[in-house]
Design a binder for this molecule. Sequence first.
Ligand SMILES: CC(C)(COP(=O)(O)OP(=O)(O)OC[C@H]1O[C@@H](n2cnc3c(N)ncnc32)[C@H](O)[C@@H]1OP(=O)(O)O)[C@@H](O)C(=O)NCCC(=O)NCCS
Length: 279
Amino acid sequence: MRQAWEAAWACEVAEAALTYDAPEAAAIVRRLAAPPAARRWTSIELDGGVVFASLSGVDPSVGHVDLLAVHPERQGRGTGRRLVRAAEDWLRAQGAREARFAGNPPCYAWPGIDVRYTPAACLAESLGYEHYRTAWNMTADLAADLDVAADLERLAGRGVSVHAGVTEQVVAFVREQWNDAWAWEAANAAGLHYAMRDGQVLAFAAWGARPAWFGPMGTRPDATGLGLGRVLLRRCLAEQRVAGQATAQIGWVGPKRFYSRAVGARVERVFWLYRRELG
Ligand SMILES: CC(C)(COP(=O)(O)OP(=O)(O)OC[C@H]1O[C@@H](n2cnc3c(N)ncnc32)[C@H](O)[C@@H]1OP(=O)(O)O)[C@@H](O)C(=O)NCCC(=O)NCCS
């Protein structure tokens, strides 16, 4: 009972505070509250704000602040600062020696702090965090021509078929070719498209593991050059259009030239990644 109430309340705060992510803010909260089973994470609420924090699955000495939001009516009273301190205390107690404002793949809200959330960047800097990396998303306009009929015909002539849906085979393919993180994103995708030849998966593209965003995608090295990525990307974006989106963000890019050429995507959201040693 209490957890359901907390989640609803956290969603409300996130929707109100996360002005650049408001449509999917509640879905982001629910996503962060259902990470991979092995992840150690927490959410802390106080004085009209909420923070989510987690330990890196790759390096448990690294902790992440995954989401920080204070209701607009309660901002400017020191709550944000207290929430970050509380997240740091929790991370320290879990053995972390460093805290980051940076996405903790595969279950993350953003790669870092969107530069337009300027108060959050100021807060991180005032607490001694160092800006150590920059990441970006690209935006694809979904009014664009996403037709792939001719490509599907061409691929069929080369023995390649294209399918939709999350299957065990495609998740295993993603795990073998890349890693567990991408496999989790594939398994938790809202939509997934993949190409096959002779019973073998050659390439995949997914969207929605990070609510409303496109990614990840990948083609087996020996299947590059067939134009599979372009087709699978377009199929996903067409699905996102059907889901009601006017634009799609391609998360944490990645090959700019490919997305720019394939769907005219442009670099748009920029994220600063911050870190600080936990003394
Ligand atoms: C960022 C946020 C959590 C700060 O919460 P808050 O409770 O208002 O913050 P505090 O009162 O504790 O302020 C602490 C510090 O944050 C920074 N800050 C807060 N509001 C700011 C503003 N309007 N402009 C610039 N810096 C600001 C300052 O460094 C401030 O310390 P200082 O005033 O001594 O310099 C809040 O603005 C928010 O919810 N923003 C939207 C969500 C967001 O950006 N999340 C980050 C994505 S992870």
